[in-house]
Design a protein around this ligand. Structure first.
Ligand SMILES: [Zn+2]
Length: 86
């Protein structure tokens, strides 16, 4: 029996659909949604995703909205800069 997800890892669940390059993107995003991120409040690297777009710090319980797969997306920080915030 051959491995079905040789090239695409966890995104192999999509089967033959969507194409290889899309699945590679999905895989990198799925990795980043499980990783820990630095908390904007206490600066500890203990932020986990609790739901799509919702992030929570396990150290200080600070909860905030962010990107679906990362607390701060590229577009998000561009927007914040335009609004004059950090
Ligand atoms: Zn925190």
């Amino acid at each position: 029996m051959s491995r079905r997800t040789k090239k695409v890892g966890s995104s192999g669940k999509f089967g033959p659909r969507y194409g290889l390059s899309v699945k590679k993107q999905v895989r990198s995003l799925e990795g980043s949604k499980r990783a820990s991120y630095v908390c904007p409040k206490c600066s500890k690297k203990n932020v986990k995703r609790v739901a799509v777009g919702i992030w929570e710090c396990r150290s200080c319980a600070h909860k905030f909205a962010g990107g679906a797969y990362m607390p701060r997306t590229g577009k998000f920080s561009t927007l914040e800069n335009r609004l004059g915030r950090v």
